[in-house]
Ligand binder design. Structure first.
Ligand code: FA5
Length: 339
């Protein structure tokens, strides 16, 4: 019987079966318990020997069951490990990756270009003081040119900046010219109470630029702008300066770029002129320098404010600026850096 039972323990295939067998063999109704109970019918001198033997068999079966339980548990674990094995050589699942917004891509390109020419890149507050946005830019409270940029006012003195030009005033005020010339660009978002249309948005981007030193001329301005056009659009694109007016520059210009659509020949996109306006610029007005505490008799230079939204429209042939702000991923993913 002993041998037979040991065989049956060996043959059990799972933990449930083993438990059932344990109850069957060692439980109250099992043969060992029964045998021990029957001991009282034996002659007194046989009882100790019989008891000893029965206990011995019980212990033996108990340890056989325990050994089998360990073995089964190990087998379950091994099976799980086998099933959960990861094949690290299999190709991974592709993870969808985001990308910078197309306007940000243009701004990044502009930043890289100017950093390469030794400019510092600064960012300024979008909620700005009237003082920096207008007054220090040679636009006192009663100046008619304030109407050129319809403004979102927060209080009488605080507004959403209408241009990145206040960063000219902020840096001029702080710059220590004994340490060298000022060369700075400042990209950011600006706000105007413009009615949205295909080429105007009430919220758009600008990149301000300013260079102040002792011998800066308009030729430096034109050369710099030409480089920007060539870098962003390619060598076949040219830039042309037209006389214009800004209260903070004298003389002032607006810069046009060869129309991407007709290559300068003239079409509906450029209203048959062959050129598209992309930025305002000029030689920094002596009043702007004076107000910021810089001597205009000694220092002078140029400044510009370009519109990356218009650059992006030109570069990619987008005919409505509002597309950049609708957050339609089908539109935005077209400008993937990889593609
Ligand atoms: C200015 O804002 C001046 N601060 C630029 C400047 C800086 C001149 C330094 C001289 C010296 P303007 O309002 O023209 O200028 O805007 C500059 C550029 O911003 C425009 O050429 C155009 O590219 C872009 N822009 C202007 N208004 C909008 C608009 N509503 N939506 C999209 N882009 C615009």
């Amino acid at each position: 019987i002993r041998q037979e039972r040991r065989e049956s323990i060996k043959e059990v295939g799972d933990l449930k079966g083993l438990d059932a067998l344990r109850v069957e063999l060692l439980g109250k109704k099992g043969p060992i318990t029964q045998a021990l109970r029957g001991m009282k019918d034996l002659p007194a001198e046989e009882r100790p020997q019989f008891g000893q033997f029965a206990n011995h068999v019980r212990d033996e079966l108990q340890s056989a069951i325990e050994a089998k339980r360990d073995e089964l548990k190990q087998a379950v674990l091994n099976k799980r490990l086998q099933e959960e094995k990861i094949d690290v050589t299999l190709p991974g699942k592709p993870v969808a990756q985001g990308q910078p917004h197309v306007i940000q891509q243009i701004v990044d390109q502009i930043e890289d270009l100017f950093i390469g020419m030794g400019y510092q890149v600064l960012s300024g507050p979008e909620v700005e003081e009237d003082k920096y946005n207008f007054e220090m830019m040679n636009l006192p409270k009663d100046h008619p040119a304030r109407d050129m940029q319809d403004t979102f006012y927060i209080t009488k003195e605080i507004l959403m900046r209408t241009q990145t030009s206040p960063m000219q005033a902020r840096t001029l005020e702080k710059h220590d010219f004994s340490q060298g010339p000022l060369k700075m660009i400042s990209p950011g978002v600006v706000y105007r109470r413009d009615t949205d249309d295909p080429t105007h948005s009430h919220q758009f981007h600008q990149v301000e630029g300013i260079v102040i030193d002792k011998h800066i001329t308009m030729a430096d301005l034109k050369g710099t702008l030409q480089l920007v056009a060539h870098e962003l659009f390619g060598d076949r694109f040219d830039i042309r300066l037209r006389p214009s007016y800004f209260p903070f520059t004298e003389p002032s210009v607006e810069a046009d770029i060869t129309c991407f659509n007709c290559g300068g020949k003239g079409c509906a996109v450029c209203k048959y002129t062959g050129w598209i306006e992309v930025l305002g610029a000029g030689m920094v007005h002596p009043n702007v320098l004076k107000i910021a505490g810089v001597d205009p008799e000694v220092y002078g230079g140029f400044a510009f404010g370009l519109g990356p939204d218009r650059f992006a429209m030109l570069k990619y042939g987008v005919d409505d600026i509002r597309n950049f702000y609708l957050n339609d991923v089908r539109f935005l993913t077209q400008f993937s850096k990889k593609g």
